[in-house]
Design a binder for this molecule. Structure first.
Ligand SMILES: [Zn+2]
Ligand SMILES: [Zn+2]
Ligand SMILES: [Zn+2]
Length: 272
Protein backbone atom coordinates (compact mmCIF):
# COMPACT_ATOMS: atom_id res chain seq x y z
CA UNK A 1 0.00 0.00 0.00
CA UNK A 2 2.91 2.40 0.71
CA UNK A 3 4.36 1.67 -2.74
CA UNK A 4 0.97 2.42 -4.24
CA UNK A 5 0.66 5.65 -2.32
CA UNK A 6 4.15 6.60 -3.38
CA UNK A 7 3.25 6.32 -7.06
CA UNK A 8 -0.02 8.18 -6.55
CA UNK A 9 1.45 10.99 -4.46
CA UNK A 10 4.54 11.87 -6.48
CA UNK A 11 4.74 15.21 -8.27
CA UNK A 12 4.00 14.91 -12.03
CA UNK A 13 6.81 17.35 -12.85
CA UNK A 14 9.83 16.29 -10.77
CA UNK A 15 8.55 12.81 -9.76
CA UNK A 16 9.65 13.43 -6.17
CA UNK A 17 7.45 12.99 -3.15
CA UNK A 18 6.16 16.40 -2.06
CA UNK A 19 7.54 17.28 1.37
CA UNK A 20 5.36 20.15 2.49
CA UNK A 21 2.74 22.01 0.50
CA UNK A 22 0.88 20.51 -2.46
CA UNK A 23 -0.74 22.94 -4.88
CA UNK A 24 -3.64 22.22 -7.21
CA UNK A 25 -4.48 23.72 -10.58
CA UNK A 26 -8.03 24.86 -11.34
CA UNK A 27 -8.87 21.28 -12.40
CA UNK A 28 -7.25 19.66 -9.37
CA UNK A 29 -3.90 18.44 -10.76
CA UNK A 30 -1.27 18.47 -8.00
CA UNK A 31 2.33 19.77 -8.05
CA UNK A 32 4.86 19.86 -5.23
CA UNK A 33 5.89 23.16 -3.63
CA UNK A 34 9.30 23.19 -5.35
CA UNK A 35 7.75 22.89 -8.79
CA UNK A 36 4.91 25.25 -7.94
CA UNK A 37 7.40 28.11 -7.73
CA UNK A 38 8.28 27.45 -11.37
CA UNK A 39 4.80 26.79 -12.76
CA UNK A 40 2.69 29.33 -10.87
CA UNK A 41 3.31 31.99 -13.52
CA UNK A 42 2.47 29.53 -16.28
CA UNK A 43 -0.28 26.96 -16.48
CA UNK A 44 -0.76 23.39 -15.30
CA UNK A 45 1.62 21.02 -17.11
CA UNK A 46 -1.23 18.49 -17.48
CA UNK A 47 -4.32 20.48 -18.49
CA UNK A 48 -2.97 24.03 -19.16
CA UNK A 49 -5.40 25.61 -16.71
CA UNK A 50 -3.97 28.18 -14.25
CA UNK A 51 -3.00 27.80 -10.58
CA UNK A 52 -4.73 30.02 -8.01
CA UNK A 53 -2.70 28.93 -4.99
CA UNK A 54 -5.23 26.26 -3.96
CA UNK A 55 -3.66 23.63 -1.72
CA UNK A 56 -4.49 19.98 -1.07
CA UNK A 57 -4.45 19.71 2.73
CA UNK A 58 -5.74 16.14 2.75
CA UNK A 59 -2.80 14.94 0.64
CA UNK A 60 -0.40 17.06 2.70
CA UNK A 61 -1.56 15.32 5.88
CA UNK A 62 -1.27 11.90 4.26
CA UNK A 63 2.36 12.43 3.20
CA UNK A 64 3.24 13.37 6.79
CA UNK A 65 2.32 9.88 8.00
CA UNK A 66 3.73 7.78 5.18
CA UNK A 67 6.93 6.15 6.47
CA UNK A 68 8.87 6.14 3.19
CA UNK A 69 9.51 9.83 3.43
CA UNK A 70 12.36 9.71 5.88
CA UNK A 71 14.17 12.96 5.27
CA UNK A 72 15.63 13.27 8.75
CA UNK A 73 19.12 14.62 8.08
CA UNK A 74 21.75 12.55 9.84
CA UNK A 75 23.76 14.86 12.00
CA UNK A 76 25.78 13.14 14.68
CA UNK A 77 26.54 16.21 16.72
CA UNK A 78 22.86 16.69 17.53
CA UNK A 79 21.70 14.45 20.33
CA UNK A 80 18.03 13.85 21.01
CA UNK A 81 17.15 14.37 24.63
CA UNK A 82 15.51 11.46 26.34
CA UNK A 83 13.53 11.93 29.49
CA UNK A 84 15.79 10.88 32.35
CA UNK A 85 13.27 11.54 35.07
CA UNK A 86 9.65 10.54 35.09
CA UNK A 87 7.77 13.82 34.86
CA UNK A 88 5.52 14.16 37.84
CA UNK A 89 2.91 16.79 38.36
CA UNK A 90 3.83 19.14 41.15
CA UNK A 91 1.42 17.81 43.76
CA UNK A 92 2.18 20.61 46.23
CA UNK A 93 0.56 23.06 43.85
CA UNK A 94 -3.17 23.47 44.35
CA UNK A 95 -4.93 23.40 41.03
CA UNK A 96 -7.35 26.27 41.31
CA UNK A 97 -8.31 26.48 37.72
CA UNK A 98 -8.66 23.98 34.96
CA UNK A 99 -6.06 25.04 32.46
CA UNK A 100 -7.26 25.32 28.91
CA UNK A 101 -4.47 25.05 26.29
CA UNK A 102 -3.51 28.38 24.70
CA UNK A 103 -5.42 29.65 21.75
CA UNK A 104 -4.53 28.61 18.23
CA UNK A 105 -2.03 30.90 16.51
CA UNK A 106 -2.46 31.46 12.80
CA UNK A 107 0.34 31.70 10.26
CA UNK A 108 3.40 29.53 9.77
CA UNK A 109 6.11 28.58 12.24
CA UNK A 110 9.60 27.15 11.64
CA UNK A 111 10.41 23.68 12.98
CA UNK A 112 13.37 24.18 15.31
CA UNK A 113 14.80 20.64 15.28
CA UNK A 114 18.00 19.63 13.43
CA UNK A 115 18.06 22.99 11.66
CA UNK A 116 14.99 21.76 9.78
CA UNK A 117 13.29 25.19 9.83
CA UNK A 118 10.42 23.83 7.75
CA UNK A 119 7.60 26.38 7.89
CA UNK A 120 4.29 24.82 8.91
CA UNK A 121 1.05 26.06 10.40
CA UNK A 122 0.56 25.33 14.10
CA UNK A 123 -1.79 22.38 13.57
CA UNK A 124 0.67 20.56 11.32
CA UNK A 125 3.82 20.87 13.44
CA UNK A 126 3.11 18.00 15.85
CA UNK A 127 2.40 15.47 13.03
CA UNK A 128 5.59 16.69 11.30
CA UNK A 129 7.69 16.19 14.44
CA UNK A 130 6.07 12.84 15.24
CA UNK A 131 7.04 11.63 11.82
CA UNK A 132 10.33 13.36 10.99
CA UNK A 133 11.91 13.82 14.43
CA UNK A 134 10.15 11.23 16.59
CA UNK A 135 13.30 10.51 18.63
CA UNK A 136 13.39 14.16 19.69
CA UNK A 137 9.80 14.42 20.87
CA UNK A 138 8.52 14.14 24.43
CA UNK A 139 4.75 14.10 24.78
CA UNK A 140 3.72 14.76 28.34
CA UNK A 141 0.37 14.69 30.09
CA UNK A 142 0.54 17.56 32.54
CA UNK A 143 -1.81 19.30 34.90
CA UNK A 144 -1.12 22.35 36.98
CA UNK A 145 0.87 25.41 36.03
CA UNK A 146 4.35 23.89 36.07
CA UNK A 147 6.23 21.41 33.96
CA UNK A 148 9.59 20.18 35.15
CA UNK A 149 12.25 17.99 33.58
CA UNK A 150 15.82 17.09 34.58
CA UNK A 151 18.45 15.83 32.18
CA UNK A 152 22.02 14.77 32.74
CA UNK A 153 24.04 16.19 29.86
CA UNK A 154 27.63 15.77 28.72
CA UNK A 155 29.84 18.84 28.70
CA UNK A 156 31.60 18.50 25.37
CA UNK A 157 32.59 21.22 22.95
CA UNK A 158 30.56 21.54 19.77
CA UNK A 159 27.57 19.57 20.96
CA UNK A 160 23.86 20.33 20.62
CA UNK A 161 20.88 19.07 22.54
CA UNK A 162 17.42 19.54 21.12
CA UNK A 163 14.00 18.36 22.07
CA UNK A 164 10.39 19.18 21.32
CA UNK A 165 8.06 18.90 24.32
CA UNK A 166 4.35 18.63 23.76
CA UNK A 167 2.79 19.51 27.11
CA UNK A 168 -0.88 18.55 27.20
CA UNK A 169 -2.19 21.66 28.93
CA UNK A 170 0.35 24.18 27.60
CA UNK A 171 1.29 23.50 24.00
CA UNK A 172 4.41 22.62 22.00
CA UNK A 173 7.82 23.88 23.12
CA UNK A 174 11.34 23.53 21.75
CA UNK A 175 14.22 23.26 24.22
CA UNK A 176 17.57 23.96 22.54
CA UNK A 177 20.98 23.82 24.19
CA UNK A 178 24.31 24.20 22.47
CA UNK A 179 27.87 23.99 23.68
CA UNK A 180 29.99 25.87 21.17
CA UNK A 181 33.58 25.14 20.12
CA UNK A 182 34.90 27.41 22.90
CA UNK A 183 32.88 25.66 25.60
CA UNK A 184 30.15 28.28 26.00
CA UNK A 185 26.74 26.81 26.80
CA UNK A 186 23.70 28.56 25.37
CA UNK A 187 20.14 27.52 25.85
CA UNK A 188 16.64 28.76 25.11
CA UNK A 189 12.99 27.68 25.20
CA UNK A 190 10.79 28.52 22.22
CA UNK A 191 7.09 27.93 21.80
CA UNK A 192 5.00 27.09 18.78
CA UNK A 193 2.92 30.22 19.18
CA UNK A 194 2.94 33.93 18.49
CA UNK A 195 5.09 36.18 20.70
CA UNK A 196 1.97 37.37 22.46
CA UNK A 197 0.85 33.86 23.46
CA UNK A 198 4.39 32.67 24.29
CA UNK A 199 4.98 35.60 26.66
CA UNK A 200 2.34 34.17 29.03
CA UNK A 201 4.87 31.41 29.80
CA UNK A 202 8.19 31.63 31.58
CA UNK A 203 11.00 29.13 31.75
CA UNK A 204 13.83 28.54 34.14
CA UNK A 205 17.02 26.70 33.30
CA UNK A 206 19.20 25.51 36.15
CA UNK A 207 22.64 24.08 35.48
CA UNK A 208 24.26 22.26 38.37
CA UNK A 209 27.04 19.83 39.12
CA UNK A 210 25.94 16.26 39.72
CA UNK A 211 26.01 16.73 43.50
CA UNK A 212 23.89 19.89 43.23
CA UNK A 213 26.39 22.11 45.12
CA UNK A 214 27.22 24.60 42.40
CA UNK A 215 24.42 25.98 40.30
CA UNK A 216 23.73 28.60 37.67
CA UNK A 217 20.22 29.58 36.84
CA UNK A 218 18.37 31.72 34.37
CA UNK A 219 14.77 32.75 34.03
CA UNK A 220 13.03 34.44 31.12
CA UNK A 221 9.79 34.57 29.22
CA UNK A 222 9.32 31.90 26.59
CA UNK A 223 9.97 33.16 23.06
CA UNK A 224 8.01 32.40 19.93
CA UNK A 225 9.80 29.86 17.72
CA UNK A 226 9.61 32.52 14.99
CA UNK A 227 12.41 34.33 16.85
CA UNK A 228 15.15 31.98 15.56
CA UNK A 229 17.80 32.97 18.14
CA UNK A 230 21.42 32.39 17.15
CA UNK A 231 22.96 29.67 19.26
CA UNK A 232 26.52 30.05 17.94
CA UNK A 233 27.18 33.45 19.47
CA UNK A 234 25.99 35.55 22.38
CA UNK A 235 22.33 36.42 22.05
CA UNK A 236 20.64 38.36 24.83
CA UNK A 237 17.46 36.33 24.34
CA UNK A 238 19.24 33.13 25.46
CA UNK A 239 20.84 31.76 28.60
CA UNK A 240 24.62 31.77 28.32
CA UNK A 241 27.23 30.22 30.59
CA UNK A 242 30.85 30.94 29.74
CA UNK A 243 33.45 28.18 29.70
CA UNK A 244 34.89 29.36 33.04
CA UNK A 245 31.52 28.95 34.77
CA UNK A 246 30.97 25.62 33.08
CA UNK A 247 34.39 24.31 34.11
CA UNK A 248 33.52 25.11 37.76
CA UNK A 249 30.37 23.04 37.45
CA UNK A 250 31.96 20.20 35.54
CA UNK A 251 35.04 20.11 37.74
CA UNK A 252 35.00 16.42 38.61
CA UNK A 253 33.29 14.87 35.67
CA UNK A 254 32.26 15.91 32.22
CA UNK A 255 28.58 16.06 32.83
CA UNK A 256 26.08 18.32 34.49
CA UNK A 257 22.43 18.34 35.43
CA UNK A 258 20.10 20.56 33.51
CA UNK A 259 16.73 21.32 35.07
CA UNK A 260 14.04 22.90 32.95
CA UNK A 261 10.87 24.37 34.39
CA UNK A 262 8.18 25.85 32.17
CA UNK A 263 5.49 27.75 34.00
CA UNK A 264 2.23 29.46 33.11
CA UNK A 265 2.27 33.10 34.25
CA UNK A 266 -0.68 34.86 35.90
CA UNK A 267 -1.20 36.94 32.74
CA UNK A 268 -2.36 33.75 31.01
CA UNK A 269 -5.54 33.74 33.08
CA UNK A 270 -6.43 37.37 32.48
CA UNK A 271 -9.14 37.96 29.95
CA UNK A 272 -7.87 39.76 26.86
ZN1 LIG B 1 7.74 18.61 -8.17
ZN1 LIG C 1 -4.33 20.70 -14.43
ZN1 LIG D 1 11.32 19.53 11.17
Amino acid sequence: IYKKLETIMHCPICFNMPEASIFLCKNGHPVCDNCYEQVRQNDCPVCKFPFYGTRNFLAEDIIQIIPFLCSDVQNNSVVPLQSSVENKTDSTLPIKEKIIPPRYCSGNFPCQLRSCLKELCAGRMLPHIRYHHSSMLNEVINSGRKYKEVWQLDYENDKSYETAIQISNMGLFFFLAKIDTRGYLRSVVLMLASDEVASDFSYKIKISDTSGCRTLSYKNKVLSCRENPVMDQSDDRCFEACCRDMSKICVNDNNFNCTLVIEILDSYFLLP
